[in-house]
Write a protein that binds this ligand. Structure first.
Ligand SMILES: C[S@@+](CC[C@H](N)C(=O)[O-])C[C@H]1O[C@@H](n2cnc3c(N)ncnc32)[C@H](O)[C@@H]1O
Length: 230
């Protein structure tokens, strides 16, 4: 969704998709302070406004285009241009921090900082850069049998391209990931997600849990959850 104009139906569909993937409902977020990190065109906030939701949604993206301020006739929303790695909020400002298809793992410590005690970070799909790299190297190494040097070069190339893509994964990368995942059984897929979450927890020194909505899907969509202690 990097083009310039959106139909209301697209906004609604995208907002529902985002909420579903982070396992929240409109009623879950009523009266809550939500930070949508890497919000893109801020579909969630736009749809919340259209529905008259009482959720207080702050949309934040490193790039803000003028149409993202909302569809014609909608009330003004809170949309900030900022880097997820340096959030312009004090500690304990939000009940939920949502990262949907957006920024990488470097943003997580900041998202956690601005959560209230008992607040939750919800990140989906489980595709932070650190995990993606680990995932690719794991599979290509084991499944595809590529030489290590080739993997390193591939990852360096992905690194550069993902940086440039600002969260939109290059097609070549998505194709490789699909190829790798296709070779796995469902239990193996879940095992991999468990390993990825464990890796995230180790690297970031935070205790994450996860949910998988449809384990039979070719790429089971995993939701990473961190609940800040009360
Ligand atoms: C694939 S889009 C997803 C948009 C939205 N979350 C959705 O699911 O509809 C990713 C967005 O994250 C933003 N982004 C990526 N890294 C970011 C960062 N470190 N800080 C702030 N925004 C970031 C990009 O500018 C882009 O608009």
């Amino acid at each position: 969704m990097s083009e310039n104009s959106y139909e209301q139906s697209e906004i609604t569909a995208r907002a529902e998709f985002v909420l579903k993937n982070v396992d929240l409902s409109w009623s879950d977020i009523e009266q809550k302070d939500i930070l949508d990190i890497g919000s893109g065109e801020s579909a969630l906030a736009q749809e919340a406004t259209r529905r008259g939701s009482t959720a207080r949604i702050t949309s934040l993206d490193r790039k803000v285009e003028k149409n993202w301020l909302g569809l014609p006739g909608q009330v003004k929303k809170r949309l900030l241009q900022a880097e997820g790695e340096a959030l312009p909020f004090s500690e304990s400002s939000f009940d939920y921090a949502i990262m949907h298809g957006s920024a990488g793992s470097d943003v997580i410590p900041e998202a956690v900082r601005v959560l209230r005690p008992g607040g939750e970070l919800r990140m989906a799909p489980l595709a932070g850069m650190l995990l993606e790299y680990w995932n690719i190297s794991y599979y290509l190494d084991k499944v595809k049998g590529r030489p290590q040097q080739e993997i390193v070069q591939l990852l360096e190339d992905f690194d550069r391209r993902i940086e440039e893509a600002d969260g939109w994964l290059p097609n070549e990368y998505v194709k490789l990931r699909k190829e790798a995942l296709d070779t796995l059984s469902q239990p193996q897929k879940i095992k991999v997600i468990e390993m990825m979450v464990k890796r995230y927890s180790q690297v970031l020194n935070l205790s994450f849990s996860f949910k998988v909505d449809d384990p039979s899907a070719r790429e089971p969509n995993a939701l990473l959850i961190y609940k800040k202690p009360e």
